[in-house]
Design a protein around this ligand. Structure first.
Ligand code: SF4
Length: 325
């Protein structure tokens, strides 16, 4: 596939200027698919002492769980309640993906994973799993299990990489290395399982050029989807304390700068990657600094698309090598 376009249609088959997540599911399933968020009560090796205590310095899991989703509830109950919640908003969705987001959703013995994921997949209307995890929480046996499921369902393992710099990963107490990330992604893709990655822009100690180079590093990996978000510093985290003591280590993105940055990043990004999200959304009252106001992620996406139109640019415009779409 080349990074050029013909008659306004881009390599992903439509006129949008990036390879959008919503279109991806329409391509695969022929219709809209809705995710329902589940908290199955997993923990994280970076919190329970296996890798460390306290977690990543920015982590506050309360920041990303919807109200209907509580680990004390059975998975089926959470799916039912999640579907009811979404049906009020998205009447068109008939098929669902169970989205296991909180903590590290492959961090448990295989038998436990099977109980949870088999239960989710047996719920009527659920056609797959979206599983967020760490690159150091997967092994051969678990990958084989997900590879078997992949034959009948849509299964994606989404890995939190956060950065391609080991110095950053150490600084934020991630407890895994860049090499762990690369190995996990490559093994997952080799097994025929959909593979996703997540990066944070604005981590302490990284320059804008450092972050921009991550587009090239990411582009060479066998990924299906990518997600990005701007660093948001949540009150009462270790990072909030660091920010108060060493503000010089941080350079948080303003909205305007972020839009430009993300567009330049996308120009260097493999056009085969489906972009799931461009920005994070934490309630302003939870943040130490509310620089973006109450803007929602879909509004940020609209601003990015409008700017791409103005600049007549698109995802992969400056990619040098050809990629398969
Ligand atoms: S890996 Fe995820 S859940 Fe665990 S401490 Fe880091 S951000 Fe929090």
């Amino acid at each position: 596939m080349s990074s050029t376009r013909k008659e306004g249609v881009y390599p992903w088959g439509n006129t949008r200027r990036f390879n959008a997540y919503s279109d991806y599911f329409k391509r695969i399933f022929g219709e809209r698919v809705q995710k329902v968020t589940i908290d199955a009560g997993f923990t994280c090796p970076n919190r329970d002492g296996t890798k460390g205590y306290g977690g990543c310095t920015y982590c506050d899991n309360d920041a990303f769980n919807p109200a209907y989703c509580k680990p004390s509830k059975d998975v089926s109950v959470q799916i039912r309640e999640g579907m009811e919640f979404h049906k009020k908003r998205y009447r068109r969705a008939r098929r669902y993906l169970a989205y296991f987001q909180a903590y590290s959703n492959t961090y448990a013995p295989l038998e436990e994973l099977k109980t949870i994921y088999d239960q989710a997949l047996s719920y009527p209307g659920v056609i797959g799993l979206v599983i967020g995890t760490r690159p150091d929480c997967i092994d051969e046996e678990k990958l084989d299990y997900f590879a078997r499921l992949s034959k009948d369902y849509y299964i994606i393992l989404e890995y939190g990489l956060e950065s391609f710099y080991n110095r950053t990963l150490e600084h934020i107490n991630r407890g895994h290395s860049v090499e762990d990330s690369i190995v996990a992604i490559e093994k997952t893709a080799q097994k025929g399982i959909h593979t996703g990655a997540h990066l944070i822009f604005g981590l302490p100690g990284e320059t804008r050029d450092d972050m921009m180079r991550e587009a090239d590093m990411l582009s060479g990996l066998p990924l299906d989807t990518v997600k990005f978000h701007q660093l948001q510093i949540i009150k009462n985290t270790v990072m909030a304390q660091e920010y108060h003591e060493h503000p010089e280590r941080f350079s948080l993105f303003g909205l305007e700068e972020y839009i430009s940055f993300v567009i330049r990043f996308m120009e260097r990004l493999n056009p085969a990657f489906v972009i799931e999200r461009f920005s994070g959304e934490v309630p302003p009252w939870m943040l130490i600094e509310d620089t973006w106001g109450e803007i929602r992620t879909h509004q940020v996406r609209t601003l990015i698309e409008q700017r791409m139109e103005e600049w007549d640019t698109w995802q992969g415009k400056h990619v040098r090598q050809p990629f398969n779409l």
